[in-house]
Design a protein. Sequence first.
Length: 252
Amino acid sequence: GGFAIHKTKKTFVGHGLPFVLFLLPFLIGFFYSKWVNPVLQNSTLLFSFPFLLVFLLSGWDVINKRLIYTASALLVAIAGYSTVIQNRFYDTDHFGVFKELAEHIVDWNDRVEHDALLIGDFNAPFYIHFYLDELDTVELDLYRTTDEDGLKNLKELIKDSDHDYCIYAWSTVNQAPEVEEMIREKYWQEIERAPYFNSEFVVFKRFERPEPDAEFEFEKNDSWNLNPEKIRLDSILGNRILIDGESPYGPT
């Protein structure tokens, strides 16, 4: 609007460069995420947003300094209210965490004296190792269960494991629900769980999965002559009544 109203002379440094500096981080993040590793998130554009404001206002001539100061203060106030209060910027988890997961992994691995099978679900190992390497020298037994051979590798690791504990952490992946069920085949007891936004940390302990208790109650009546030998309770998922030549109408 300012270019049309004030007929401002356009220059690359004064007008084109701010727009380029606004657009460039987005394009770099977009193509890097598409071809290399996913890094583009909403917060990335916060760094280049000021250049968009510079570009939009670069067409306006300086008319009144007091007006400019007032408009700038109003713009900052509106943006601050919308970001901090309305959208609860500081009270919202915007993406999955890695630092907290790394701290949990190192802490619990020390607690169990390194007697734990370490399973992770991450897009790439360096995401978690960025923080792990600052805390301790820890290598996970598996970094991905959601790829082509992930569940197969997980099953083999659990089968061959002689550890008493299993530590499982994941972040920003499509975590498969069957992963925890596979872990529970050997490490049934859950010791600790720390959920975050789109990420989680869980500690399991080796424990034999208990068999489900089944109780079957048949309707009884004092006037009935019930023969308990005709009732079979040897099934977990059901029960049977034996009907034969001696009792064609059931056990009563």
